[in-house]
Ligand binder design. Sequence first.
Ligand SMILES: C[S@@+](CC[C@H](N)C(=O)[O-])C[C@H]1O[C@@H](n2cnc3c(N)ncnc32)[C@H](O)[C@@H]1O
Length: 274
Amino acid sequence: MDAQLQRRVQRYGWDRAVDAYENGWRTQLAPAQWLMLDMVDPSEGERVLDVACGTGLVSFRVAEAVGDLGEVIGTDISGEMIETARRIAAERGLDNVRFERCDAEDLFVDDEAYDAALCGLGLMYVPDPVTALKEMWRSLKPGGRAAAAVWGARSNCGWAEIFPITDAQVVSDVCPLFFQLGTKDALARAFAAAGFADVRSERIKTTLHYGSAEEALDAAFRGGPVALAYSRFDEATKRTVHAEYLASIADYRAGAGYRIPGEFVVCAGVRPRV
Ligand SMILES: C[S@@+](CC[C@H](N)C(=O)[O-])C[C@H]1O[C@@H](n2cnc3c(N)ncnc32)[C@H](O)[C@@H]1O
């Protein structure tokens, strides 16, 4: 897919997904987000960048860790995600965190300004992840730490059929390279290619819990990357893709709901001092 088109699909797709995002994914993504935070370990007074921040699930945890003397900036390509994160920050009365809409490959941030940079479950959607990691590298002070989390290998993610099922109904694939970074050591290689040193990577198993078929369908179709394509389906097409997706996760049925296996890869590195 052409890079410009991919960015547009992401921007307007996540605009659509914003209302269903936290309900569908907050609990499910937490293990990867926490491991990423552990790897970077933000501390009081630090300045931290959160790339592809979505509604700010990671940014707000970091804001707590860095406290009033620190500062967090969250960036995302989706205007609706940024507006939602800003609203949550205002509701919580936080003034050590702010949000700006920008592309991960072209961050509107100064060179060497941050102690740490994070990207949670965002790099899979970016046309050139190494360029995005180079932007994180550029934003870091020498010695600054970076970490990113992505979904793991396709064969270990039980919900993976969502992509071919959706793609069969549209002209161009929604996320052509979604599982590429989670395969073997691809994420660690991308970190090294962007200039990071001391690169370390962990692969963790997880389970996605959904209490009902509706919950599983909502998360997959309304709260994630295929939301734009899905919003354009007529009712008959929606029924078809629902049936196909539920058939694809039938093995993971647990009572009235589902326990779907998944995998994350989380990687960290340091911008060398010289
Ligand atoms: C699965 S959400 C992750 C949000 C957040 N990091 C979290 O952990 O909850 C993926 C986010 O990546 C953003 N995104 C996709 N492509 C992007 C790009 N090229 N630049 C910046 N953000 C992008 C989407 O808008 C969406 O908010």
